[in-house]
Write a protein that binds this ligand. Sequence first.
Ligand SMILES: Cc1ncc(COP(=O)(O)O)c(C=O)c1O
Length: 357
Amino acid sequence: MSKDSPALKPATIAVKAGRPDRQPDQPLNTPLVMASTYVAGGDLEYGRYGNPTWTAFEEALGALEGGRCLSFASGLAAVSTVLDLVGNDSIVVAPQHAYNGTVMQLADLESRGRLRARLVDITDTDAVVAACEDAALVWLESPTNPALEVADIPTIRGAAHDAGAYVVVDNTFATPLLQQPLDLGVDLVIHSATKFLSGHSDVLLGAVVTRNDQLYDVLKGRRDLIGAIPGTLEAWLALRGLRTLHLRVERAQTNTQELVRRLEAHPAVSEVRYPGLGAIVSIVLAQGALAADLLTHKTKLWVHATSLGGVESTFERRRRWKTEPATIPDALVRMSVGIEDVDDLWADLETALGDLS
Ligand SMILES: Cc1ncc(COP(=O)(O)O)c(C=O)c1O
């Protein structure tokens, strides 16, 4: 594309980015490069430092988020590498309802004296702004998993930067199609690419994206040293999944909005949590935790499974995990809406909801 070409839209970027040069006999897709080492003298040298298949995925996600991307072995490997940016005894502000693995990682680091975690209610912007004072890193997840709370990213980002802190957004739920945090001025975006980006429940992968070259270099250096690198097949599958991200998110979101409308009117459901975008919705069952567990075992289409963001609809009662905080309602079921026909999804749910007692 020439410099004067109009900026491409996200759907086009998802299809086009991260391809080999358009030359005769080049494959359309970047191949799976299975290599632990490379002929010396180039940029790659060794398989822990780089891989053309990772690079193709990183180019595509980087283009969608508007920054430079590094892929990691999993979302939590990306989280861990970013948390490692802060100095000893630094304060990290984070949502009390961030993804449980992130909160557990913070607790683990705190228990070993590595940093101090300051957990906040991310919907209370004044409290978050106050908490930013003397922080080194402000971690945002918006919407949160599974409480589906939304943060005022621009206001918190401003307060965090005034305090000299870096700001990270875990953009796993929204995807770059619905929210581009780097455009809101944050320093880093992280993803569990395991979820919507890959989209087929067959890959574990993580990613960090930034516009800050210095941060990129530090994180790349950490990845080289720690070795939390993606598998080649995983990166290839994730890129293949990314090609249809816009179609999957559009369809799953339309399904979700229709299901939310129907769930809100159902007497067995006492609360529906949905921030108005994306394909994750949490419901609270009026008859309590037992009914919530029962629901997850009574459906034929909806699969009882953890994780989210796949083409198939899945759900689980989150408090079945002992590590889930007590502030998440006992009868809350997190639903990841897929791309099936919405009437089939509803019929399955409605039958199970009517059969709970
Ligand atoms: C919002 C969010 N961030 C991070 C992670 C961790 O990602 P992974 O499971 O790929 O390590 C998850 C996983 O569920 C998640 O939901």
